[in-house]
Ligand binder design. Structure first.
Ligand SMILES: NC(=O)c1ccc[n+]([C@@H]2O[C@H](COP(=O)([O-])OP(=O)(O)OC[C@H]3O[C@@H](n4cnc5c(N)ncnc54)[C@H](OP(=O)(O)O)[C@@H]3O)[C@@H](O)[C@H]2O)c1
Length: 290
């Protein structure tokens, strides 16, 4: 039995979650568009994650769209006490599967209600404002208007906690002047370390940092150094990539995504993998850091 609690826990406002969680994006159809290719398998992955101890699931109503939230609802509703579902708003999908910014007050209000309806919740646990900017890298722009809209929806009782995604340090500061921020979700993994300084900054003020694409995303990480470390430790490269993130900073929460039960169990097992110092040094060099 995997002890995912061995990786520790962290607070998202008044919620405490295991640092090892699960990202549901891979459950939608190809290109994160349309229903799961195997609905029964998607249900099984979600139920197994929770059975093993996952109490932090990341999602969005724009995955599918709607399909990922609906499968979470089908698999897990009524939700077990202690499960925290983190969703995100700020985009809509085109009929051609494109990802388009949707940050007007009407867009954000609609997105919050879509999430409430499809997840079957009266209050959303955590909502991240996903700033579209460049697709997978933040760019400086004011987020005052959209974040203020979410703060209004929070005051109306529709959202428990707020977070941010694809943002810079300046944007985090701007948002914190409007409402409390409990988490930041940006692209980060062994090979993409642009956020090293932001992680420390957030750790110092108790904000969770939740890397998206922790395994490299649509093209999973490939590195001979990673494979060699994994072979020496009797682990898989994906497990080592996750264990490296866990040791990187105490405020890092993991949401690896998979549609496979085999991969899910493999990934969750990484909660118990402790990396020796020489392995960490080798892995740090992959991202060009000492
Ligand atoms: N805020 C944002 O803008 C944003 C952007 C992207 C993602 N996210 C969130 O972050 C979560 C994680 O990102 P992600 O799912 O895109 O990427 P990821 O976790 O880095 O990697 C997922 C990919 O790796 C494969 N995989 C997973 N476990 C594996 C294993 N043990 N061995 C080999 N391959 C494995 C998956 O395929 P299989 O299905 O075949 O396992 C999938 O192709 C998402 O689920 C989503 O909730 C947020």
């Amino acid at each position: 039995m995997t002890l995912i609690a061995s990786a520790g826990a962290f607070s998202l406002g008044d919620r405490t979650v295991n640092r090892m969680g699960y990202g549901a994006m891979q459950l939608a159809g190809p290109g994160v568009f349309g229903p799961p290719k195997d609905h029964a398998a998607a249900l099984a992955v979600l139920r197994e994650a929770v059975a093993i101890g996952v109490n932090h699931i990341d999602t969005s109503d724009f995955y599918g769209p709607h399909a990922t939230n609906q499968v979470i609802h089908d698999a897990l509703h009524p939700y077990p006490a202690g499960l925290t579902i983190v969703t995100k708003v700020g985009a809509v999908r085109g009929a051609d599967a494109s990802w388009n910014p949707a940050m007007t007050p009407a867009d954000l209000t609609r997105a919050v209600h879509d999430n409430l309806r499809n997840l079957g919740q009266e209050v959303l646990d955590v909502v991240n404002l996903r700033v579209m900017g460049e697709v997978h890298a933040p760019s400086e722009s004011s987020i005052e208007a959209p974040f203020s809209t979410l703060a209004d929806l929070q005051r109306q009782g529709l959202i428990r906690h707020l977070g941010l995604s694809n943002v810079t340090s300046t944007q985090v500061r701007q948002a914190r002047g409007i409402a409390e921020v409990v988490c930041v979700q940006n692209l980060y993994n062994l090979a993409h370390r642009a956020d090293d300084a932001l992680i420390e900054e957030l750790a110092a003020i108790g904000i969770a940092y939740v890397p998206f694409f922790p395994l490299g995303g649509f093209s999973p990480l490939q590195s001979s150094a990673l494979s060699e470390v994994a072979a020496e430790l009797g682990a898989t490269p994906m497990q080592v990539a996750l264990a490296w993130l866990l040791q990187r900073a105490p405020n890092i929460l993991l949401i690896p995504g998979t549609s496979s039960l085999v991969h899910l169990r493999e990934n969750l097992n990484a909660a118990e993998l402790v990396l020796p110092a020489d392995a960490i040094a080798t892995l740090n060099a992959i991202g060009g850091k000492p």
